[in-house]
Ligand binder design. Sequence first.
Ligand code: TYD
Length: 417
Amino acid sequence: MKLATLESTSVLTVPLAECRICASETSLVLDLGAMPPANWLTNDPSDVVHEFPLTLEQCVSCRNLQLSHCVDAGVLYSRYNYATPQSKALSRHYEELLMALRKHGAGDESFVVEVGSNVGLLLEFFKPHFQRVLGIDPAENIARIAQERGIDTIVDFFDASVAARLKQQGGPADVIVARHCMAHNADPYSLLDGVDSLLSANGILVIENAYALNTVLNNEFDQIYHEHMFYFSLSVINRMLRRYDMEAFDVQMSEVHGGSIAVFAARKAARYLKTQAVVDTLASEDDFFGSDAIRRFAASAFEIRDSLTRVVSNAVRSGKTIYAYGATAKGSTLLNFCGLTRESIPYCADSTPIKQGKFMPKSGTQIVSEEWAFQNPPDAFLLTAWNYKEELIEKVRRAGITCDFIMPIPNVLVTRS
Ligand code: TYD
């Protein structure tokens, strides 16, 4: 058994109860206990992984939702395993983003930069439509995959100094896309500092994140893990943009990652026409933050835990086998918060080659290929990648398997075959 040797100094512990957006006081929303980072897959089920507090809090002033403790990025990404999956839903989403950019005037001649470009799937899709695309991603193993696919990718954390270098080399960017990465930084202003430096005068910034309202209203407590240091709403993003004389002029909601918001923003001087969607979204956020939805969200996490552990233990007691489906970060939070281990969930099917053969952190559940799982099918799949439920169920049924499915979110629901 290997013991983790991290020093506690590698955790950046922000002074308790301070909003990292506006420096006001915060209050506790939900304490999920100590957990290993969700993507720290291990090579041995008995590897003891370092655990860090996982606690959600909310700013009493700007309503920002954030983690109370942020694990240092160097530590967090030291074992990064996330590779964007090939998915029909994602391909449709890329198409919608392209259409929105076109609608807002991004032409063929545009220079497009993607921050947190991962294995380069979005840029691969964008490449034929724009003059030049460039990715930037801090995870070397992941960026290498993008480079091998022919996507020009720089390995680095995006900030003002990297942005200044890029601008010097390639000129200002007409479009900067930051999908699902601004929440991954304890100081999200550093990303916007870089944007401010690199974006052209009339350029478009697209910030996409899991949308706080969906996360909360859909009981998605499993979206809480150390990489997700913030749970953004439009009002909080707009507040941040104000520091740079920028603002949102359009938003696009999607099903991606359980409900995401893509915020289209620009410098105020660029005078993009603000859409009604922005006005409506801000109004609905006012109602939301004025309700007791966040308190109910916290309570639902415990209800889901009780209900899921009951379903799993009853099934296991009656001799049934359960596998997880989707070695997601969400799955790590779900399994570990519910105290589910390889004793009850021995395997997790996943299509990502670099995850297969590894183990989910702490729970010790082994990740296997979909092919293996389909050849050795369980009595039920726990859909830990519930955000792709239609695709996953279709795959299982196409393989001729008549097992049950357990949906953990928004409430535990067992679909019998
Ligand atoms: P994702 O929802 O992006 O996860 P996270 O919670 O980590 O952000 O990950 C989906 C996972 O599901 C990914 O590891 C790949 C896997 N997957 C399959 O195994 N088969 C599929 O058909 C699809 C669409 C995803």
